[in-house]
Design a binder for this molecule. Structure first.
Ligand code: ADP
Ligand code: ZN
Length: 726
């Protein structure tokens, strides 16, 4: 009997930004299954990818087919993860390979870890005892086993000291397990006693967690109402079912207080996932997730792409935060994609916020989401009194930004032994530096943006590309010497003013560029809790989630700051941010007070915050969006073209505009130079596509761009549901 053997063929998805799936032969000897991580030849390289699907229909000639080389010793990528990658790629209109790359973010974790060896004390004393050697001895005599590098860093000596002691038979080598183990959170560790409101909220969310079932709950509770305690109960329910839970936080690196509370509730810390992790921690945590050993992961938006095997709940805390939207790489909104992930895995998703996004509120109103409310602060603390300071009436002096009423309130608060927070959402010393003689403004050479002075660093910095330079001695335009003048305040300058007004007080400043790591954040939190800070001055990072019982006064230096600009969500964001800031005041028994300094006291946003009328504000905002058919009542997408060559990008944009689709329920704005018309030396043009909710915006864009060859020097980026309009 003779027949040609048709070998089994499969499609392998490679985590490449340009690539999609490639067909390979699956040798019978390898026993290949869908989801296996495999190495395959591509050109002259060998790459790692995932077996995505069967390829019976592959029509590639047999002699062009190559064999899969090996199956890696790692659990398979779960079906849910594959579906999620496909879904996200399709929705965001990105190559699947780019999305898979977010899931395969730790390529090392796929390979077996080299066995580790540790060092143990033999009981033998060294003949010669140096100070370095005695520090090592002190540690090993306690009995524990450490790797050479851990031991060296614990003792503050070089690795050669450890190796030297081993050579002298003072230390001996022992095998260590490949990874440090992951601690198991205990759902029954200690529960707090929930208030009636809180337990009512927890019980409403329980059934879908226990079953589990796809349900989205919008957990809306005023600041200090105890939302965290309530969703901890949902996590406990999820753990009791033996499933994994994921919590997304907007600023994970700054979540020291949150981590402490988690450990208090569940006995051990959660598994973390964010950009501050070291390589070996990333490896360990990724592996623990795919092996189902990581029970609770808390992370930044990228944690959503981890290969969970048994996910049963996602919580998105501060769901309104714009930082859940990624603009670079694959543009996606982690809050929206969390909902998709829940749908794919058929488990519940909890969106928590004191000031939910308009999108989520509308979904709650339409009963797509279950609206769970916590109407009052825990323990009977009342919401702060909010007062508007009309800056036209109470103008601060020259080069000053603290008005007289605010200054008096600070004095009174400090006098009572309480803490003050001053909020200004601007890093650095001054947002603009100009020449006093000719008016020349210092601009970034690579971006259409002003340079921001950071006086503490002694430099000017571009907040768009990171370019920094020294303040020039003379004006590049008119040669005047030492003629530069700082315009407007950043928090460094505000700190100077506070130090002038309150010279004997302990003042600290906090911004994303001064508090950059979890340790730095924890140090700051501890100082605040001990009362080592009396006046805290900060940008938006101090607005988020912190609970300081003795903080009773919040001063918002420029409440109007976020209102300008053509951003669709400018009002909404200002409302959310200022409500969050205000929510830091008076969180326990003492009454909190908030001063909003504004030149626009009658602005609907400022009034709504002052009167604490969130519902009325959102009704107004929703009506405005609806009449303009803007999200969530319509769909938006942006197409951004950029190139180092200004002419070529402009001409390509005109070319695309000529072929733009025309339809009744669709409008295309642009092309227009982007408000930030140059970033990192690239000239930018934007289109904005707006259409009705029932139009498939991806199809519209696909048809439009089909057959259009994008010149090599031009980058075309599609951003579905854009949050950034610059
Ligand atoms: P939110 O996130 O809604 O602003 P938090 O969850 O931070 O509120 O809670 C505010 C404070 O009240 C925290 O210090 C928290 O520990 C405390 N708290 C809330 N609920 C309880 C409870 N049931 N028992 C004890 N303390 C609680
Ligand atoms: Zn720049």
């Amino acid at each position: 009997m003779s027949s040609t053997i048709k070998h089994r063929r499969v499609r392998v998805l490679l985590p490449l930004s340009v690539g999609d799936v490639y067909d390979y032969r699956a040798p019978a000897s390898l026993d290949i299954e869908i989801g296996h991580f495999v190495t395959v030849p591509l050109g002259r390289r060998e790459l790692t990818g995932v077996v995505w699907e069967e390829a019976e229909d592959s029509d590639l000639a047999e002699d062009r087919m190559k064999d899969i080389v090996a199956v890696l010793p790692c659990p398979k990528l779960p079906d849910e993860s594959r579906d999620f990658v496909d879904w996200v790629a399709n929705y965001t209109m990105q190559r699947r390979g780019r999305v898979l790359r977010m899931t395969m973010s730790v390529p090392d974790a796929l390979f077996p870890r080299a066995p580790r060896i540790g060092y143990r004390f033999t009981g033998e004393s060294p003949s010669k005892l140096t100070p370095a050697r005695s520090r090592v001895l002190e540690i090993v005599m306690a009995g524990a086993v450490h790797t050479a590098s851990d031991l060296a860093s614990l003792a503050g000596v070089s690795v050669s000291v450890v190796k030297g002691l081993a050579a002298k038979a003072v230390l001996e080598v022992v095998d260590l397990p490949a990874e440090n183990p992951i601690a198991k959170p205990d759902w029954g560790h200690v529960g707090v006693e929930l208030s009636d409101d809180q337990s009512a909220a927890a019980s409403r969310m329980r059934p879908s967690v226990v079953k589990p079932d796809f349900e989205i709950s919008l957990l809306e509770g005023v600041t200090g109402s105890g939302k965290t305690e309530v969703y901890f109960e949902a996590i406990a329910d999820c753990l009791e079912q033996g499933r994994q839970a994921l919590v997304l936080l907007p600023e994970i690196a700054l979540s020291a207080q949150w981590l402490k509370r988690f450990a208090a509730r569940f006995g051990v810390p959660p598994v973390e996932w964010h950009s501050d992790l070291g390589q070996s921690e990333r490896r360990r945590n990724w592996r623990a997730v795919i092996e189902g050993r990581a029970d609770v992961v808390v992370g930044a938006r990228s944690a959503l792409f981890l290969p969970f095997t048994n996910l049963g709940l996602i919580v998105v805390d501060e769901e309104h935060e714009a930082s859940f939207k990624q603009d670079e790489g694959v543009p996606y909104n982690a809050r929206d994609m969390a909902v998709v992930r829940g749908k794919i895995g058929n488990f519940p998703v909890i969106l928590a916020s004191a000031t939910p996004s308009l999108e989520s509120l509308v979904n709650a109103q339409n009963e797509k989401y279950t609206h769970v409310k916590l109407p009052s602060r825990y323990g009977g603390a009342s919401l702060p009194d909010i007062e508007i300071v009309d800056l036209k009436e109470h103008r601060p002096g020259v080069q000053s930004w603290i008005s007289e009423p605010l200054r008096l309130a600070i004095e009174t608060t400090l006098g009572a032994g309480e803490q003050v927070m001053l909020f200004l959402n601007r890093r650095g010393y001054a947002p603009l530096t100009l020449c006093d003689c000719c008016g020349h403004r210092l601009q970034c050479p690579h971006c259409s943006a002003w340079l921001v002075e950071h006086r503490l660093m002694g430099r000017l910095q571009c907040h768009h590309c990171g370019y920094t330079t020294r303040l020039p001695k003379s004006c590049p335009e008119c040669d005047a010497e030492e003629s530069f003048k700082a315009c407007g305040p950043g928090i460094e300058r505000l700190t100077e003013e506070a130090e002038r007004l309150f010279p004997d007080r302990k003042i600290a400043m906090m911004a994303s560029d001064t508090v950059t790591s979890p340790q730095a954040a924890a140090t700051f939190v501890a100082a605040m809790e001990r009362g080592d800070i009396e006046i805290l001055i900060g940008t938006q990072i101090v607005a988020k989630g912190y609970h300081f019982p003795n903080l009773t006064l919040v001063g918002v230096i420029d409440a109007d700051l976020g209102l300008a600009g053509g951003d669709l969500r400018a009002s909404e964001r200002t409302y959310q941010l200022l409500s969050q800031v205000a929510g830091r005041a008076g969180r326990e028994t003492r009454q909190g007070k908030v001063f909003l300094q504004s030149y626009l006291p009658q602005h609907p946003v400022i009034e709504a915050i002052a009167r604490q009328q969130g519902d009325a504000f959102f009704a107004l905002e929703a009506a405005g969006r609806e009449s303009a058919a803007m999200p969530p009542f319509g769909r938006l997408a942006a197409v951004i073209l950029s190139s180092a060559n200004a002419e070529s990008v402009a001409s390509f944009a005109r070319n695309l505009a000529r072929r733009a689709p025309i339809a009744e329920n669709l409008s295309i704005l642009g092309p227009a130079p982007a408000p930030l018309s140059m970033i990192r030396g690239r000239h930018r043009h934007r289109f904005l596509i707006k259409c009705a909710r029932d139009v498939n915006i991806q199809t519209v864009i696909k048809k439009w761009l089909q057959g259009e060859r994008v010149p090599n020097d031009i980058r075309l980026q599609i951003d579905i549901d854009p949050y950034n309009f610059m």
